[in-house]
Design a protein around this ligand. Structure first.
Ligand SMILES: [Cu+2]
Ligand SMILES: [Zn+2]
Length: 243
């Protein structure tokens, strides 16, 4: 004897169907039709054997209640904080337009997207520098009223030394170097684990600076190496804001 068993929840109502049928091919067709039918009506389960269905019912209720709790708490989280913009996918995004204080040769646009795991994806295009590597750092202040030189020092909420982006000992603002190609274009596309778009490591409202020289990652004997990476002057900058 083969059985068909359908379990269905619809508006907290449990429905149970049992069909005795000796023809297994017919059963297969019925399973498919019923599965499609009950799928449209709520979370259902179709099986061939009527075993332990009471246990399955209990489990279904546990799962239903658990999912209700998850949905409710997720809703609470969302209601919790409207101070920054979340997009349809729930991710925080930010943007900066880089410009020269007195000129328009070097300019660009960079976006920041914070992933659920906390990593920030930095993407964009900057143009106007000769081929090579140039320091790319986030500065403490968003003050660019005096060009790109009034924005304080490297963003450093943990009072560390200047370093490579992968170093434990680095300023939060140490994003390393960006690379310009022979067409004087830099396609920016990398990830960072330290900067954030909210909280104590938030880069929102701070300035980003493109330097005139490569960041030495704090690894040379130059007196500025452990402070700024000896990356030269500030060529272009912009203030990061929520997108
Ligand atoms: Cu710098
Ligand atoms: Zn630094």
């Amino acid at each position: 004897m083969r059985h068909l068993q359908i379990m269905c929840f619809s508006q907290m109502q449990f429905k149970y169907f049992k069909i005795n049928n000796h023809n297994t091919k017919q059963n297969d067709v019925i399973i498919i039709i019923l599965a499609i039918y009950v799928r449209l009506r709520g979370p259902c389960e179709v099986s061939r054997e009527p075993k332990f269905w009471r246990e399955q019912v209990k489990m279904k209720y546990v799962l239903l209640i658990a999912s209700f709790v998850v949905v409710t708490s997720a809703h609470d989280d969302h209601e919790h904080d409207h101070s920054h913009t979340e997009h349809n996918d729930g991710l925080l995004r930010a943007i900066v337009k880089l410009q020269e204080p007195l000129g328009d040769k070097v300019h660009g646009k960079v976006t920041f997207t914070e992933q659920p795991d906390g990593k920030v994806h930095i993407e964009g295009v900057i143009v106007g520098m000769p081929p090579g590597q140039y320091g790319f750092h986030i500065y403490e202040k968003g003050d660019i009223t005096e060009g790109c030189s009034s924005n304080g020092g490297h963003f450093n909420p943990e009072n560390k030394e200047h370093g490579h982006p992968n170093d434990e000992n680095r300023h939060a603002g140490d994003l390393g170097n960006v690379v310009f190609d022979e067409n004087h274009v830099s396609k920016v596309d990398f990830w960072d684990n330290v900067i954030k778009l909210s909280g104590s490591h938030s880069i929102i409202g701070r300035a980003i600076v493109l330097h005139s020289m490569a960041d030495d990652y704090g690894q040379t004997e130059h007196p500025d190496s452990k402070k700024t990476g000896n990356a030269g002057h500030h060529v272009a900058c912009g203030v990061i804001g929520y997108l």
